[in-house]
Design a protein around this ligand. Structure first.
Ligand code: ZN
Length: 166
C-alpha cells in the first residue's frame, strides 16, 4: 500500500468529471487500498478518487471513531433524498477550512462494493453528509463552491498562499 498525494484546491484537476468504473478488478482494489491508507494517514473520514487524481467513480468513507468500518462506493448513485440540513464540512483538499453547507438530510444510495457487488444503503447524519460531499468530488465539485463568491475567493487566496509556502 502507498500513501497517495492529495490534490489541493484550487487545483483544476479537482474539477474533472469522473468516469464510471467498468470492472472492479485488481487495479481498482489496489487503488482502494492505497486510498484507504491515504485517508487514514491524513486523517480524514472520506476520500474520492478525484482527490488522488484518479478520475473514476470511486469513493471511500469511514465515519467510525475507531476507524475500522471502511465503506467503499463504486459507481454510486443517489436514488432518493429527503429533508434538508446544514452541517459544518471540511475537506482533505481544502485543509484547515470548515464551512456550513446545506444538503439533503438523508439519502438512499446504490453502489458497488469492493467485490463488484451491488448494494443499497440508507444514510443519515454524518454518513449522509459525507456521501454527498464525496459524490460531488466525482462530479468535479468542491464544497467551497456552495459558499458565496467572496468567501470562496478568500479561501482560494489562502490556499494559494499556503501552497507557495510549501
Ligand atoms: Zn472533500
Amino acid at each position: 500500500m502507498a500513501v497517495l498525494n492529495i490534490l489541493n484546491y484550487p487545483d483544476p484537476r479537482l474539477h474533472t468529471v469522473a468516469k464510471p468504473v467498468k470492472e472492479v478488478d485488481a487495479n481498482i482494489r489496489r487503488l482502494i487500498n492505497d486510498m484507504t491508507e491515504t485517508m487514514y494517514a491524513a486523517p480524514g473520514i472520506g476520500l474520492a478518487a478525484t482527490q488522488v487524481n484518479q478520475h473514476i467513480q470511486l469513493l471511500i468513507i469511514d465515519t467510525s471513531e475507531t476507524k475500522d468500518a471502511l465503506q467503499v462506493f463504486i459507481n454510486p448513485k443517489i436514488i432518493e433524498k429527503n429533508g434538508e440540513r446544514a452541517f459544518e464540512e471540511g475537506c482533505l483538499s481544502v485543509p484547515g477550512v470548515y464551512e456550513s453547507v446545506t444538503r439533503a438530510e438523508t439519502v438512499k444510495v446504490e453502489a458497488l462494493n469492493r467485490h463488484g457487488e451491488k448494494f443499497t444503503l440508507h444514510a443519515e447524519g454524518l454518513l449522509s453528509v459525507c456521501i454527498q460531499h464525496e459524490m460531488d468530488h466525482l462530479l468535479g465539485k468542491v464544497f467551497v463552491e456552495y459558499l458565496s463568491p467572496l468567501k470562496r475567493s478568500r479561501i482560494k487566496n489562502k490556499m494559494l498562499k499556503l501552497s507557495r509556502q510549501k
